[in-house]
Ligand binder design. Structure first.
Ligand code: ZN
Length: 89
């Protein structure tokens, strides 16, 4: 997924990076309980494939993955804070 920011610079995000960065309560945990991503170290290929991206208001993107997981709301501020895409392994 590629974003062009208002200042003209580009950011590229892989599905894998975004999936691991999913900010939803299920993945991140809530109320001090660890989320799903804290308990696993592998995700299946379909979980890493972006299926759909929806603009939420003016501030965020909702990203749906092939696995059906679509509860993550990625604010632009959050996306900007993610590290640059790591090299393919
Ligand atoms: Zn999630």
């Amino acid at each position: 997924m590629e974003i062009t920011w208002e200042d003209g610079h580009h950011s590229t995000y892989s599905g894998e990076q975004l999936r691991w960065a999913c900010p939803c309560a299920e993945c991140r945990g809530e109320a001090g309980a660890p989320g799903r991503l804290a308990k696993i170290n592998r995700l299946s290929p379909e979980e890493l494939l972006i299926k759909d991206v929806t603009l939420v208001g003016q501030y965020a993107l909702q990203i749906a993955f092939e696995s059906g997981h679509a509860t993550g709301i990625y604010t632009f501020r959050y996306l900007m804070s993610l590290p640059p895409r790591p090299p393919e392994v």
